[in-house]
Ligand binder design. Structure first.
Ligand code: TRP
Length: 352
């Protein structure tokens, strides 16, 4: 059976970008029943650049778990667990470190970019610098062959593949080479922010969160950046690079027109009118608001319900982590045996 592993750093609540970029797909994959699915809350990875803010990471563990379940991840079908509770992952990381050069990590485009974003300059925490290796441990511990991620994670998966190849060559064929699975279309790979910035990101403050109230969503949609050249209703407008239309591309279905904007049959008609001129941003935003409210309402309601039963979330994470640990321990055992360092298994240590 194919095995999926993926996860998120618990540094904040999950937003619409996470939802279209990965959560929706994960739920579909989970529900297909074709995969063994592991979903990891990557708290240890989050700590690599938040060592001074443990509470942020800790507080967001249950928030992310709530977001997961609200979107339809189901602990009966997927193993949902917390990274730091699987010490086997650290052991694997330590051995994999010997298979990766510092130069190779320095070339990793994701790490390079994140170092710049975080303005680490010369003060990069070692744990942060080496997190691609720990991510390889996350994936290989579960022998995951499929890793659904966003585009920015491709260098991480490539790094994991290299580690697998060198481990298997040097020692024994134990590890499985993972494959990244990207969202099906480019809109979903990277949803822009409300302000038109390339990415929806908590630190940029341009997100709609899955937990946002109906009033918040409305306010945020109203504040959205549109086409700066579309000043008056009569002006012809641009739909490309216009976040309002990009969100519609990601979310709207023909049924939404029948329900909320019956003057048009589909998005192409709406776009054509905007491009021609004579369609105001207000009308389009009002429609987008309806579409998003419709999509997010069931998620928010489920989230609210679950947040009244935090002991359930606690037990679910505890059980998931226990289950995950069993699998990771099996892999670690195979790894140590392949490396010949399972010294107390048999007596090879003292037989010459
Ligand atoms: N790096 C991922 C992120 O920032 C989180 C993550 C940690 C992950 N380990 C993983 C994703 C293993 C996929 C597989 O969101």
């Amino acid at each position: 059976m194919d095995t999926i592993l993926t996860g998120d750093r618990p540094t904040g609540k999950l937003h619409l970008g996470h939802y279209v970029g990965s959560l929706k797909r994960r739920v579909e994959l989970q529900n297909s029943g074709k995969y063994q699915t592991y979903i990891m809350i990557a708290d240890a990875q989050a700590l690599t650049d938040n060592a001074d803010d443990i509470n942020k990471v800790r507080n967001n563990i249950s928030e992310v778990a709530l977001d997961y379940l609200a979107c339809g991840l189901d602990p009966q079908k997927s193993t949902i667990f917390i990274q730091s509770q699987i010490p086997e992952l650290c052991e694997l990381t330590f051995y994999y470190m010997n298979l990766v050069t510092v130069a190779r990590l320095q070339r990793n485009p994701t790490v390079k970019n994140e170092i710049q974003l975080r303005k680490f300059n010369q003060s990069i925490p070692t744990g942060f610098f080496t997190y691609p290796i720990s991510q390889a441990a996350d994936i290989t511990a579960f022998k995951a062959n499929i890793v659904p991620v966003g585009e920015d994670q491709l260098p991480m998966i490539e790094q994991a593949r290299e580690i697998v190849r060198s481990f298997n060559n040097l020692y024994k064929e134990v590890l499985i080479e993972p494959k990244a699975v990207l969202p099906e279309n480019s809109i979903c790979s990277r949803l822009p922010g409300l302000d038109g910035a390339a990415k929806m990101s908590k630190s940029l403050g341009n997100c709609i969160f899955l937990s946002d109230s109906s009033a918040d969503i409305k306010k945020k949609v109203q504040s959205m950046f549109t086409d700066p050249t579309h000043l008056r209703v009569e002006d012809p407008g641009h739909t490309e690079n216009n976040p309002v239309f990009i969100y519609l591309d990601a979310f709207c279905k023909n049924e939404h027109f029948a329900a909320f904007l019956p003057a048009y049959q589909n998005l192409d008609e709406l776009k054509a009118h905007y491009q021609r001129g004579g369609l105001g941003d207000g009308t389009v935003k009002k429609f987008l608001n309806e579409v998003l409210q419709n999509e997010l309402k069931p998620i928010r309601e489920k989230r609210e319900l679950l947040s009244n039963d935090l002991p359930y979330i606690f037990d679910m994470l505890k059980q998931g982590s226990e289950q995950a640990r069993e699998t990771a321990a099996k892999t670690l055992d195979e790894v140590k045996t392949a490396m010949g360092i399972n010294y107390f298994k048999g007596n090879s240590l003292i037989t010459k």
